[in-house]
Design a protein around this ligand. Structure first.
Ligand SMILES: [Zn+2]
Ligand SMILES: [Zn+2]
Length: 546
């Protein structure tokens, strides 16, 4: 009887895990007694990964992550890397002898590829082949990773002639990212040190690490148990502190993606950056079967957080699948959730895909036209996943491969007096930022001696002069269209005014005299390179009539 009950419980848990969101690199060793796993193999998880972009003339990091060699030792023998220029088909080969025995929980190695392998700007395809011996001393070989049931196409990286477009005092970053502090039955993330190297290679200046509240409260070596001492959370804080001391010209921001109750009692996600206290939230963790009430509600969370940490509504209107709504009580942010002055930032962009912005943009416009001073930022919700997603789709059964939510693809640019977390976070709170997948737009209002920038409020008597600057590069292509969006509180609507920009230009600077006086002005612009469109959306400058 006991074993029968046990089996039933296991079946329920299996079904339950199937409903959980899985985003990180696939963990293949999770088993349930009496049930076969099609993912399981007596080998560690072995994964190569690589950032999506690099600057011409700089070395490119190729990462090798190997998990669970303390249970499944391996002998690494050699690596052969093939680099093909997608345009000319010219190829280069890099070979390395490793001769290394591994017995640790997570091994991370960075192979720096010499810039000579990437002689011209453009797209490159990379295949990484590893020769190794498994615990039974059998000779094995893999390309990209040793996962079963997913394709193994070449990695893709773009080598750019130019740096990410921007003006002085602006910094680029990714504000939503999960690291190896996420690790459970079905997934794990990439180490922070490797993620900094990947971010720097892409051209980012800052990165916020935002692992889930329900992962950060686990015991460091056992995800199935919570730890009242919060050792994992403290380890994360310590590692971030040390990495910031060690790295120059880069800012790693410690954070947490807190599961919190919205006004309807549903679990939604709130990023809290640079908070001194751990904020609990495990309503949608799936750790407690059928107990899914939010730990804290939003007003309580915002009361508990310290005044100088920054709260951001994470992917506020991204619809969770029906199964997660039902089982995990997951929901979306509602207009009633935006009543506290402690939260004025929305992460409406959660991947490089413009279409995914639609509902987020509607929510933001709605808030703006209700006279609320809200701003937008971008992140990717990548869990490692620098070049592709290789994740468990159905536990024990099925894997998935795709190239969305890639690390560093959707970016936030921040106008800040310095590259440190205090200045960056203060500037985001003041909404001196924009979101982009490549090009850069800036907006200024000149009024006598005064200059107001993105995020500012200006008091204007008569005509005002607006300066608009657009910067793109060969990588993101010439500007296709740029429009001013003028918000009008009285009429409760936004009016779009197309700006005449010279055709086929990568850079422009326009001066416009504005005779009508809107309540706010913001910009939207699009560039095109090859068959891809890139976009940039700025936060508003607010205008007060006097
Ligand atoms: Zn989330
Ligand atoms: Zn997330």
């Amino acid at each position: 009887m006991d074993s029968y009950v046990y089996q039933i419980i296991q079946h329920i848990s299996l079904w339950f895990f199937f409903l959980l969101p899985i985003l990180g690199y696939a963990e293949i060793h999770y088993r349930i007694p009496f049930l076969p796993s099609r993912l399981y193999r007596k080998e560690p998880e072995i994964i190569f990964d690589l950032p999506i972009r690099a600057q011409k003339g700089t070395p490119v990091p190729l990462f090798l992550f190997i998990k669970d060699t303390h249970h499944f030792p391996v002998w690494l023998q050699s690596v052969r890397i093939t680099i093909v220029n997608s345009h000319t088909q010219e190829d280069k080969m890099v070979e390395l002898n490793l001769d290394l025995e591994l017995k640790e929980s997570l091994y991370s190695e960075t192979i720096w590829l010499d810039p000579n392998n990437f002689p011209a700007a453009g797209e490159y395809q990379i295949n990484a082949c590893l020769n190794y011996r498994d615990s039974r001393k059998r000779e094995r070989q893999l390309i990209q990773d040793n996962y079963r049931g997913i394709p193994h196409p070449p990695f893709e990286i773009r080598i750019s002639e130019e740096v990410l477009p921007k003006q002085e005092d602006w910094y680029w970053g990714d504000l939503h990212f999960h690291s190896n502090f996420t690790s459970d039955q079905v997934e794990f993330g990439a180490p922070l040190s490797a993620s900094i190297e990947a971010a720097k290679t892409i051209g980012l200046d800052f990165l916020a690490v935002t692992d889930h509240s329900y992962d950060l409260d686990d015991q460091p070596d056992d995800y199935s148990k919570n730890d009242p001492q919060l050792k994992k959370w403290s380890l994360m804080q310590d590692e971030v502190r040390q990495l910031n001391l060690d790295s120059q010209n880069f800012c790693l921001i410690p954070g947490e993606e807190v599961s919190v109750g919205n006004s309807r009692g549903k679990n939604v996600h709130c990023l809290v950056l640079d908070e001194k206290l751990f904020l609990p939230g495990d309503g949608d963790s799936g750790e407690k079967l059928l107990r899914n009430r939010p730990t804290l509600d939003l007003p309580e969370l915002l009361r508990r957080k310290s005044a100088d940490s920054l709260a951001i509504a994470a992917h506020p209107v991204e619809q969770p699948p029906l199964s997660q709504k039902l089982i995990l009580r997951r929901g979306t942010w509602d207009i009633d959730d935006f009543s506290s002055t402690e939260l004025n930032v929305l992460q409406i962009l959660n991947s490089g895909n413009f279409e995914s912005l639609e509902n987020g943009l509607k929510l933001w416009q709605d808030l703006l036209l209700r006279r609320k001073k809200y701003g937008i930022v971008a992140g990717n919700d990548a869990h490692g996943n620098y070049n592709s997603f290789r994740q468990v789709k159905i536990p024990l059964l099925k894997m998935d491969y795709h190239r969305e939510h890639l690390f560093g693809e959707a970016r936030t640019a921040v106008r800040s007096p310095g590259l440190n977390r205090k200045d960056i976070l203060r500037s985001i709170r003041e909404l001196r930022c924009l979101i982009s997948t490549g090009p850069f737009l800036n907006l200024e209002i000149h009024h006598g001696e005064q200059v107001a920038g993105i995020g500012d409020m200006v008091r204007i008597k008569d005509k005002s002069i607006i300066r608009i600057t657009g910067i793109s590069t060969a990588e993101y292509g010439p500007w296709q269209s740029v429009q001013m969006v003028l918000g009008n509180y009285q009429e409760k609507r936004e009016i779009k005014k197309k700006i005449d920009i010279p055709l086929n230009n990568h850079q422009f600077a326009e001066k416009i005299t504005l005779s009508d006086q809107p309540d706010y002005i913001r910009l939207e612009g699009f560039t095109r390179s090859g068959d891809r469109t890139y976009f940039c959306l700025t936060n508003p400058i607010w205008m007060e009539r006097s």
